[in-house]
Design a protein around this ligand. Structure first.
Ligand code: PEP
Ligand code: MN
Length: 337
């Protein structure tokens, strides 16, 4: 429920109501505005009704939050959340480009591609050290050695990093080396992991599950928020459909829909969304046009040699071309690159 107080309501009246909400076993929310204070109460709505807040003279009106997700909803917070890590910010007027290899493979591979993407305007470096691979025989990532290389690249280039955490047991090490924790598509409904990243307070890039609905994605984000972490970036990375021509079907509906329903920033992953290098630039343009807050793209200076996802990696010159072609679309959407 959202409880809008009258402009004349005082701070102490607001605190009294918050206490009653808390005493009833509900989660209180405090949202002071310029003109009036807005409160929220999350939990069993029947309990809230018993509090009879309508009768309180400082309450102007009470509105139910109609969606299942609450704190990530625009009904609770109208303005856009901006997630900051290192010198990068995602959300608001900036269109953020996060780029780097699918997997960290070696010092030379990571540093060389990081330099190129940084030079052309990427604001953060991606790279997987723990890789969720469909086959157990495929490259599983460099583990902690990969994390160390990411940290080294980050310090050399003054560029924050994004990397996937696959298990709760990896959290401590990840937090030591990485600036933004990626939850991969396969782990979107790993609730223990969602709670762990929620408790950590590190920015989180939450990818949509392979067959997850938009509501399920938002409820996964709600888990992280509810555990205490509001620094969440949502990522549309393509879903499973009947179509087999491309690896996944990039759901741009989801981006426009999410931008209406949630205040969290939304980025697009056209690399996994298409699985085809040649389609990454056109779908990146589309992401900017539809109102995304950024993209996360895979890039490799020698994709033929890549240990994972080489077929969808942009080469150095293609990354440069991407940045040039993005600019007018980002500007048309009212953002800056
Ligand atoms: C990745 O980013 O390399 C990755 C494994 O992504 P996803 O979880 O979207 O498949
Ligand atoms: Mn990949």
């Amino acid at each position: 429920m959202i409880i809008v107080l009258k402009p004349t309501a005082t701070e102490s009246q607001a605190q009294d109501i918050l206490k009653r909400i808390e005493d009833a076993g509900l989660k209180p929310l405090y949202m002071p505005g310029v003109e009036r204070i807005v409160l929220g109460a999350l939990g069993d709505e029947r309990v809230l009704q018993k509090l009879n807040l309508d009768a309180n003279p400082c309450v102007e009106n009470i509105k139910p939050i109609l969606t299942k997700y609450k704190m990530v909803s625009r009904e609770v917070q109208a303005h856009d959340t901006v997630v900051r890590f290192g010198n990068a910010s995602v959300g608001g007027n900036q269109f953020a480009v996060i780029a780097g290899p699918c997997s960290v493979e070696s010092e030379q591979q990571l540093l060389s591609v990081a330099e190129v993407v940084k030079q052309h305007g990427a604001v953060a470096l991606r790279g997987g050290a723990y890789k969720p691979r469909t086959s157990p025989y495929d490259f599983q990532g460099m583990g902690v050695e990969g994390l160390k290389l990411l940290k080294q690249a980050s310090e050399m280039l003054n560029m924050p990093t994004v990397s996937e955490v696959m298990e709760v047991s990896q959290m401590e090490t990840m937090c030591e080396y990485i600036d933004c924790l990626q939850i991969g598509a396969r782990n979107m409904q790993n609730y223990a992991l969602l709670k762990a990243v929620g408790e950590s307070k590190k920015p989180v890039l939450l990818k949509r599950g392979l067959s997850a609905t938009i509501e399920e994605l938002l409820l996964a984000a709600e888990y992280i928020y509810d555990a205490g972490n509001p620094n969440i970036i949502l990522c549309e990375r393509g879903i499973r459909t009947f179509e087999t021509a491309t690896r996944n079907t990039l759901d741009l509906n989801a981006v426009a829909f999410l931008k209406q329903k949630t205040h969290l920033p939304v980025v697009v992953d056209p690399s996994h969304g298409t699985g085809v290098r040649e389609l990454v630039i056109p779908l990146s343009r589309a992401a900017a046009a539809v109102g995304a807050d950024g993209i996360i793209v895979e890039s490799h200076l020698n994709p033929g040699e890549a240990l994972s996802d080489g077929h969808q990696a942009l080469t150095g010159p293609m990354f440069q071309q991407l940045m040039q072609e993005l600019k007018p679309f980002v500007e048309a959407a009212g953002k800056t690159l």
